[in-house]
Design a protein around this ligand. Structure first.
Ligand SMILES: Cc1cc2nc3c(=O)[nH]c(=O)nc-3n(C[C@H](O)[C@H](O)[C@H](O)COP(=O)(O)OP(=O)(O)OC[C@H]3O[C@@H](n4cnc5c(N)ncnc54)[C@H](O)[C@@H]3O)c2cc1C
Ligand SMILES: NC(=O)c1ccc[n+]([C@@H]2O[C@H](COP(=O)([O-])OP(=O)(O)OC[C@H]3O[C@@H](n4cnc5c(N)ncnc54)[C@H](O)[C@@H]3O)[C@@H](O)[C@H]2O)c1
Length: 442
């Protein structure tokens, strides 16, 4: 009797842009698909800044993994992968229930893999700046956005109290954003909208004292975009009374104030109520754990080195994609999702090819290398304005203003993972237009 070959186990680490795209497209009849992630949902990060002020509801941009899996047979572990044995092909998974959970269990297990895809993404980078970890808010995960929203609500309620000093009121109402990359700029834009559209109506006496400062160490914000767009953002921020401090470096974050170094070299102690650290990202711990197992090939401390078929250098049967890798591409959602599409398509086609006996070894002879094709970059800058840098012929064209904001919104609705999410976001925007935002939180 002919031997039926056992299906190989494909483990996907993460449920972000890279891994969730693979999960959506992989043929689960040909692999035992196992997903491991501390998050049981996919997060649509382009709308994360808008969740901090209630423009978009949190759940609208969270796509449950079970929805992506559908009726296919996929095993999901809500856990973190903390270790890997590359010789014996085993992964260590750990799950710590949150302190508020009634289940006081810390679970640990080991699972085998035949093929592994690492899509664990990046995390915020503090660059070792003192006090950031202890006192700053971040904007990377949904929990971060909820924390900022709660801080905002607490700030407004505390600043409304009668018996606090005026300087304390000003401190509470000072919102500092560190980092003039797209995350910091989009967050400052959303904060401005909340101030103008909502706070001015609810608490006009406080709204006039609400202040937004954005601190950027380089001479321009959005330095990865065309200079025209960075200048346009600067002039929009000036009109919107966002205090933009370029060529200014944050040196230390204290509980109630931040030490900055001004362009002339002098230092200043700025009191703040809420500080959001959006100063860039770095690879997550698991990427470094895997690197440490492959010291001869994994020589870049910024993340995993891969070849142009997304194979982890020095490894066997391990691919990696997205923000945990170091390539010539920027850490972008569209890069991770294109890589996810490429890898799932390659894996699917190779399992159908009878001449393939070793997917990992033969992938470079059976498939064309991955090549990123930019669809352009868009960012929301507040006041119903966005900026866009779009590929055109051999160069690019730029656009900025209210029409670009419609383009940005259309892009978001189009790119959201499901019709359910697109409808939820559209209805959030409609509700916001009719009734305004709310930062009501527990
Ligand atoms: C606020 C914000 C807005 C953005 N807007 C845009 C935009 O408009 N356009 C754009 O192109 N890019 C944007 N980006 C960048 C984009 O989100 C990232 O490039 C993208 O998320 C990278 O995808 P990824 O799959 O590598 O990682 P992620 O999407 O970060 O996913 C990583 C996954 O791995 C999981 N994980 C972490 N550790 C482990 C572990 N040890 N074991 C298992 N799983 C683990 C995480 O829970 C998560 O599910 C934005 C980023 C932010 C923060
Ligand atoms: N709309 C979009 O396309 C979009 C939105 C968000 C993020 N992203 C992508 O996600 C990635 C991360 O973006 P990001 O904005 O979080 O980070 P980033 O690295 O793009 O920007 C961080 C900024 O912080 C500044 N900075 C660092 N340390 C500082 C300090 N001590 N004091 C003052 N400024 C300091 C840096 O000079 C830099 O300009 C990027 O690839 C970005 O393109 C894209």
């Amino acid at each position: 009797m002919p031997q039926v070959e056992k299906k190989k186990t494909l483990v996907l680490l993460g449920t972000g842009w890279g891994s969730a795209t693979i999960l959506k497209n992989i043929d689960a009849r040909r692999f035992n698909v196992v997903v491991v992630s501390p998050r049981n949902y996919f997060l649509f990060t382009p709308l994360l800044p808008s969740c901090t002020v209630g423009t978009t509801e949190n759940r609208s941009i969270m796509e449950p993994i079970r929805h992506i899996v559908g009726k296919r047979n996929v095993k999901f572990y809500e856990a973190e992968c903390t270790d890997v044995d590359v010789a014996n092909k085993h992964l260590v998974l750990e799950r710590t229930n949150p302190p508020e959970s009634a289940l006081q269990t810390n679970l640990r297990t080991t699972i085998p893999y035949d093929y592994l895809v690492v899509g664990v993404g990046g995390t915020y980078n503090t660059f070792g700046t003192p006090g950031v970890e202890q006192h700053a808010c971040f904007l990377k995960e949904m929990g971060d956005a909820s924390k900022i929203k709660r801080r905002l609500k607490d700030t407004i309620e505390s600043a409304s109290f009668d018996n606090i000093s005026e300087s304390e009121r000003d401190r509470l109402l000072h919102m500092v954003v560190v980092g003039g990359g797209p995350t910091g700029v989009e967050y400052a834009g959303e904060l401005h909208d909340f101030l103008v559209d909502d706070l001015k109506k609810w608490v006009p006496q406080l709204a006039n004292r609400f202040k937004i400062t954005l601190i950027e160490s380089l001479p321009n914000v959005l330095s990865s975009f065309d200079k025209k767009l960075s200048d346009y953002t600067k002039s929009t921020f000036e009109k919107n009374h966002i205090d933009l401090r370029t060529s200014t470096m944050v040196k230390e974050v204290k509980e109630k104030s931040v030490i900055i170094q001004n362009p002339d070299g002098s230092t200043q102690d700025l009191p703040y109520g809420t500080l959001v650290w959006a100063a860039g990202i770095r690879a997550r711990q698991f990427a470094h754990t895997l690197r440490s197992k492959l010291p001869a090939d994994q020589t870049n401390h910024r993340g995993l080195l891969i070849d142009n078929h997304l194979r982890v250098l020095g490894a066997r049967d391990i691919w990696a994609l997205g923000d945990c890798t170091v390539t010539e591409n920027a850490p972008l959602a569209q890069v991770a999702s294109q890589q996810g599409k490429w890898l799932s398509k390659s894996l699917n086609s190779m399992t159908r090819d009878a001449s393939v006996s070793d997917i990992f070894a033969q992938i470079d002879t059976k498939t064309k290398p991955f090549k990123y094709s930019s669809n352009g970059s868009l960012a929301y800058i507040g006041g119903e304005k966005a900026i866009a840098e779009l590929p055109f012929l051999n160069g690019h064209i730029t656009a900025g203003g209210p029409l670009t904001s419609i383009m940005w919104k259309s892009y978001c609705l189009w790119e959201l993972f499901s019709v359910r999410s697109s409808m939820s976001v559209a209805s959030d925007w409609f509700r916001r237009a009719l009734f305004g935002r709310t930062v009501s939180v527990d």
